[in-house]
Structure formats: structure tokens, C-alpha cells
Design a protein around this ligand. Structure first.
Ligand SMILES: [Zn+2]
Length: 301
């Protein structure tokens, strides 16, 4: 080899059939090729590494997002469950409000009937305060507030009503409207022909005739103010009922109470007789109100 050939490499290619070929390359080429391949491998390795780390990061992010989405889904489900529960509660509340509303209407009706029966006219309650809630479904807090207010109002109203009823019943107990005995009405109240003088006279009560010993009862509750003999009336009982009412029971055969006794409405106080200025067994019954005579037939029920 010559000096010029020192930095050259000679490759002989010897095929089996054709003639031998000679290829001449510089000596640094294989080194350069090796370096180049090594560099490429390094670069590729770096790229792969970078891709892999990016992928790992991405994967982590994906996992995190998936977890987050799952949590959100679960939260959403919980919310839906809560909403459904709330809706069920609201429906129930509405049903209850309709029920309460119906009950209020029933109470109102009953109250009016009782007031009518007891003769209460100037009731303390205002008409039409209890409004129907039927057209106003209680599915909001406002609706619920209206219902609560109505119930509060109704409660107060019913308390007033009960107090008024008690007062009224107390009063009715003092009104002498119970027939004091049984029998035949033989003489009415007012001007009549006197059975003794045959002239006209004023009959201050009514006469009820029956057999001697028939029960005489108090026409209302009260306090006996007189139980004894009274000229003309014979054995007589007078009861003060309060509220200005007094009653008188005359011609009795027997007195079963004494002055000062408290009697209940319907309590037996004596027996029918014919004592005093009387033509036969009967009860002479008088009703006084504030010192004035009343026609008993206008009061007795
Ligand atoms: Zn009489």
C-alpha cells in the first residue's frame, strides 16, 4: 500500500459469479457512522423517555379526572335523592294542608251551628278570616307560613269561642225555661176572670193542674230565697236565678228545700198541692225579670 492509501480503506466485494469489485472509503467513515448511530439511539431514547413521562403524567391526570367525575356523579345522585325526598315531603305537606283545611272548614261549620244553638250573635270572631287553602297549595315556605298563621288564628278563635260558649251555657242555666211540672195548663198569664170574685183580675203567672204530690222542679238553677207560707199563695218557694231572674212556685203541698239552698235546673223542690187561695191541686208559677212580671209561656221551652 502506498502512502496515499494510508487514510483510505479498501473493501473488496467478491460475488460468486460476477467479477470482483473494489470499494474505497475514507477510514473515518465507519467511526462517524457508529457515532451517528449512537447519537440517533440516544436522541430516540430521550424522546421515548420524554413521551413516556408525558404519558405517565397524562395517565395520572386522567385517573384524577375520572375519580373527580365519579365523585361528581355520586354527588349528583345524592342531590337527586335529596330532591326526590324533598319532593315527597312537599307532596305530603300539601296533602296534610288540604286535610287541615278540610278540618278547619268542618270546625268552622260546627262552630257556627253551636253558636246558632246557643244563641250567640255577637261572636268575637270576624267572619271569613279562615280562608280556604285549597287553591293555594302549600309547596313553599310562604304557603306553609299562611297555614301556620291560619292555625294560630283559629286556635285563638276557638279559645274565645269556648269561653263564650261556657259563659253562654252558664247564662242559659240561669234562664228559667224548664217546665216546672207536668199537667194541664188551666190558666194563662194576664187579665182573666177571677175565679173567686167573678170580676176581672190580673193573673201574674200560669196555672198547671195535676194530682196532689206531682213533682215540682226548679225551672233553672239558682238560690232559694223563700220557702214557707205566703198569704194567698199557700206553701211557696221563690228562687233567685241570677241575671235578674226569679221564679215563684205556689199552692204546694210539700216543700223539699229551704231558704238559702242552692238548686240545680230540674231539681225536685216540692210537691203539687192546693194550699192558699186555690180551687184545686195546681201549681201557680211566676217568672220575674229585673222586678217585672214576664209571661212564663214566652220563656218556657
Ligand atoms: Zn195562678
Amino acid at each position: 500500500m502506498g502512502k496515499n492509501d494510508n487514510d483510505k480503506l479498501c473493501i473488496m466485494i467478491i460475488p460468486r459469479t460476477a467479477k470482483v469489485r473494489r470499494l474505497t472509503i475514507p477510514t473515518w467513515l465507519p467511526k462517524a457512522i457508529v457515532i451517528a448511530i449512537a447519537s440517533i439511539i440516544l436522541i430516540v431514547a430521550l424522546i421515548i423517555n420524554s413521551i413516556y413521562s408525558s404519558y405517565a403524567e397524562l395517565r395520572e391526570m386522567y385517573t384524577a379526572k375520572t375519580t373527580e367525575i365519579d365523585e361528581l356523579k355520586k354527588e349528583n345522585e345524592d342531590k337527586n335523592t335529596q330532591i326526590n325526598e324533598l319532593k315527597a315531603q312537599t307532596d305530603k305537606l300539601y296533602e296534610k294542608s288540604v286535610e287541615i283545611d278540610n278540618k278547619l272548614a268542618e270546625i268552622d261549620k260546627l262552630q257556627r251551628q253551636l253558636e246558632k244553638m246557643a244563641g250567640i250573635q255577637n261572636s268575637s270572631r270576624s267572619e271569613g278570616i279562615v280562608k280556604s287553602l285549597k287553591l293555594q297549595p302549600v309547596n313553599s315556605l310562604d304557603g306553609l307560613q299562611v297555614l301556620m298563621d291560619t292555625l294560630d288564628y283559629k286556635e285563638k278563635e276557638l279559645q274565645n269561642f269556648i269561653a263564650e260558649m261556657e259563659e253562654r251555657l252558664e247564662y242559659l242555666e240561669t234562664v228559667p225555661d224548664l217546665w216546672p211540672t207536668t199537667g194541664r195548663l188551666t190558666s194563662k198569664f194576664g187579665t182573666r176572670q177571677d175565679p173567686f170574685t167573678r170580676g176581672t183580675s190580673y193573673h201574674e203567672g200560669i196555672d198547671i193542674a195535676n194530682s196532689v204530690g206531682t213533682n215540682i222542679v226548679a225551672a233553672a238553677k239558682g238560690k232559694v230565697t223563700f220557702a214557707g207560707y205566703k198569704s194567698g199563695y199557700g206553701r211557696t218557694i221563690i228562687i233567685n236565678h241570677g241575671n235578674g231572674y226569679t221564679t215563684l212556685y205556689g199552692h204546694l203541698s210539700k216543700l223539699l228545700v229551704s231558704a238559702g239552698d242552692r238548686v240545680e235546673k230540674g231539681q225536685v223542690i216540692g210537691k203539687m198541692g192546693s194550699t192558699g187561695r186555690s180551687t184545686g191541686p195546681h201549681l201557680h208559677f211566676e217568672v220575674h225579670k229585673d222586678g217585672k212580671l214576664l209571661n212564663p209561656l214566652n220563656i218556657l221551652k
